[in-house]
Write a protein of this length. Structure first.
Length: 500
């Protein structure tokens, strides 16, 4: 039998045939049977060789595999009923063979297996029993098979175990178990068969396809970048005032340390520092000197080799300087000598670019300002006094000043004219007579040529003011007294006055 098994082609065919037979038996309807009905009682001959797992009647030493004799003429139709599969335990099971109590029980009277031998994972089979006809001897009762996990014992079965019929399942294929310790008593295991037959090992465990080696994927490269924050700067300046405070731009690096340069596009913009390495701070300063009012735009560019340049926009708004205004810019007064002073005039004070505190001053004694100071918009009143002034023009200035703003100057002109008609005041001594009634005043443009009196004064009044005298004329005056009877005295001495 060893020679037959060692022949690789025959063994492979035998294994294939066994697999096909097992597959067909699963498809057939086989009744569940106990281990006693399967194997029967053990037999041991003179030579000490026992056959386990076979029917005693069908043993034939000349055959490599046990067969069942069909010597009985009245062929019985064997009926196979469906059987259930038993879950394979984790450890290798062993089969325990127990002798049957009856040796002539028919297959038809096989008992139903206990619930412990059934398993929920069953393969449904056709309920129609398959039968075959032929000459067969009466069937031998089957022995009860119990499965237990395989221990550490391998190889031949120890002496004295033939009566129980316990053999490893892996040795059931050989059928030769020696009670005397024969080396082949346990049969060949699948691992031993696979060692002797490489083809069987390849069928049992075909080589798996080699797993292709996948090279590791390198991490994505990060390009270095440079950043500038904020991206917008805004400055506000005032003409004539101090420059606005500087502002800063933060320079950042990502993915490495970069050397950068900063440049600007406006002459009024200055950068410090103009270059650097890595993170840093860029200071931007503006100078609005000489710039007119309005808005100016510039650009800061931060560049680094291998990185995208960053731009920062800069806006500068130049506002007008705060200033104070005075309107009108000139005042003119006209007065007549000896007459009333001219009416006061006003100056309007205004602020530009904020609220300013201002002061007003003059340089002439005949000019008075009110109020002399103020805040924000206001009104300044200018008044002149001609009492002590000679005829002719007089000039002076008013100055309005505010801190942080240019001063404003108002020109003031005063003209004092001679009166268009003059007057003359006449005085004389009083008359001492008791019957004095009053006085008469005479006027002439030529000496001694008097006409009618220009006025008659009642009472003892000794003065008179002559008015309406024309400029450029010389006048002559005389005075007479009269009494209650109407008598008039002689003229007084003559006086004159020239009006220029």
């Amino acid at each position: 039998m060893r020679q037959v098994i060692r022949q690789r082609p025959i063994v492979i065919c035998a294994i294939a045939l066994g697999l096909m037979t097992a597959h067909v038996s699963l498809l057939q309807s086989i009744p569940s049977a106990s281990a006693q009905q399967v194997t029967g009682s053990a037999y041991q001959g003179n030579s000490g060789t026992g056959y386990q797992g076979r029917r005693i009647e069908s043993l034939d030493p000349s055959l490599p595999y046990p067969t069942k004799s069909l010597g009985k003429k009245d062929t019985q139709s064997l009926t196979y009923k469906p059987h259930r599969l038993i879950r394979k335990p984790q450890n290798a099971p062993v089969a325990s063979v127990e002798p049957s109590s009856s040796s002539s029980s028919s297959v038809d009277s096989l008992p139903t297996p206990t619930t412990a031998l059934q398993h929920d994972n069953t393969i449904p089979q056709s309920k129609e029993p398959s039968s075959f006809t032929g000459s067969a001897r009466p069937t031998v009762p089957l022995a009860t098979v119990s499965v237990a996990p395989l221990g550490t014992t391998s190889g031949a079965t120890a002496a004295g175990t033939a009566s129980t019929g316990t053999i490893p399942l892996a040795a059931a294929g050989t059928g030769n178990s020696s009670a005397s310790g024969n080396g082949n008593a346990g049969g060949r295991s699948m691992s031993k068969l696979a060692t002797e037959m490489p083809g069987l090992a390849q069928l049992m465990s075909p080589p798996s396809a080699p797993t292709p080696s996948i090279p590791p994927i390198p991490p994505p490269s990060i390009n270095p970048t440079i950043g500038a924050s904020p991206t917008v700067l805004s400055f506000t300046a005032t003409q004539g005032a101090a420059n606005p405070a500087p502002q800063t731009v933060t320079i950042s690096n990502t993915g490495g340390t970069l050397s950068w340069n900063a440049s600007e596009t406006a002459s009024w913009l200055t950068l410090s520092p103009a270059s650097g390495s890595g993170a840093g701070t860029l200071t931007a300063t503006v100078n609005p000197t000489g710039l007119a009012t309005g808005t100016y735009n510039g650009m800061i560019s931060v560049a680094a080799a291998g990185a995208t340049s960053q731009s920062v926009s800069v806006a500068l708004t130049v506002a007008a300087a705060p200033a104070i205004g005075a309107s009108p810019a000139a005042l003119s007064f006209t007065a007549t000598q000896g007459a009333a002073n001219p009416a006061p005039q006003t100056v309007t004070i205004s602020n530009i670019g904020g609220t300013l505190s201002w002061n007003a001053s003059e340089t002439a004694s005949w000019l008075t300002l009110s109020p002399a100071s103020g805040s924000g918009a206001g009104t300044l009143t200018a008044t002149v006094n001609t009492a002590s002034l000679a005829t002719g023009p007089h000039t002076t200035t008013i100055t309005v000043a505010a801190s942080g703003a240019p001063s404003r100057t108002i020109n003031v002109a005063l003209t004092v004219n001679a009166p268009a008609s003059s007057s003359a005041t006449l005085t004389w001594n009083a008359n001492t007579e008791n019957n004095l009634a009053g006085y008469k005043v005479y006027r002439a443009t030529a000496s001694g040529t008097y006409g009618a009196p220009i006025t008659t004064i009642v009472g003892n009044v000794t003065n008179y003011v002559a008015t309406g005298l024309q400029v450029g004329t010389t006048y002559f005056f005389v005075v007479t007294a009269y009494d209650t009877a109407g008598n008039e005295s002689g003229v007084s001495n003559e006086v004159s006055k020239s009006v220029f």
